[in-house]
Design a protein around this ligand. Structure first.
Ligand code: TYD
Length: 201
């Protein structure tokens, strides 16, 4: 079973993924928690690009198309090296972000149909949980972290990404369940667990 958590920056997908992993493990299930950008070589490069540490020779950031291709490339490696082997071994694979992140985020800066195309080799997950928050909540949590802002962490961009997710779920329909991401981590965890349990049973 391949389960993906999606959401805006600050939606809490990373926190919820860790909690979900812990709960399922405690029940004796075989679980692999992973993420995109992945920890593989292309994923590492992407994280550097998002922090502005990877630049063109003249100092400009990596262009949106090149970045979209990097995300798609990272995804195929991640599938081959992590997701598929773990699924084949009978584990539940939980991924913090996957193909709909590319459709939502890269679809803002690139032709959305092209982004769908370059991701067509990436298999569908079995379940996508979309942790839904408004942009205000997203920004509040991003600022609350106190880290330097990354490439996509600005109000206008997040508004566009929020619409981008709606388009993404239409462009690449699969089993998407929406969960209210407002409230405390415990409240959101209960909602996420509910959805996962329904799915596992
Ligand atoms: P994020 O999960 O926020 O990582 P971290 O918590 O380490 O900062 O992901 C990094 C950013 O990458 C986030 O703004 C969403 C963006 N992203 C895309 O634009 N396209 C993609 O395909 C993926 C997987 C992520």
């Amino acid at each position: 079973m391949f389960i993906v958590l999606e959401g805006l920056d600050g939606a809490g997908t990373s926190t919820q993924l860790k909690r979900l992993e812990a709960v399922l493990r405690a029940e004796g299930r075989q679980v692999r928690a992973t993420r995109e950008p992945s920890d593989g070589p292309v994923g590492v490069m992407i994280r550097q690009a998002l922090r502005g540490r990877l630049r063109q020779t003249a100092g400009a950031p990596i262009g949106p198309e090149a970045l979209a291709l990097l995300f798609a490339a990272d995804r195929l490696d991640h599938l081959r090296d992590v997701v598929e082997p773990d699924l084949a071994a009978g584990r539940i694979v939980l991924s913090d972000r996957y193909v709909h992140s590319s459709l939502a985020y890269q679809g803002v800066e690139c032709d959305p149909d092209w982004v769908v195309d370059i991701n067509s080799r990436a298999r569908d997950p079995d379940l996508v949980i979309y942790v839904e928050v408004d942009v205000e909540t997203s920004l509040g949590r991003i600022f609350g972290r106190g880290d330097a802002l990354e490439r996509f962490e600005q109000e206008e961009m997040l508004e566009a990404v929020r619409d981008g997710y709606e388009q993404a779920f239409r462009a690449r329909p699969c089993n998407v369940v929406r969960v209210d991401g407002s409230g405390s981590p415990n409240e959101v965890q209960a909602r996420v667990l509910d959805v996962v349990r329904q799915h596992l049973s």
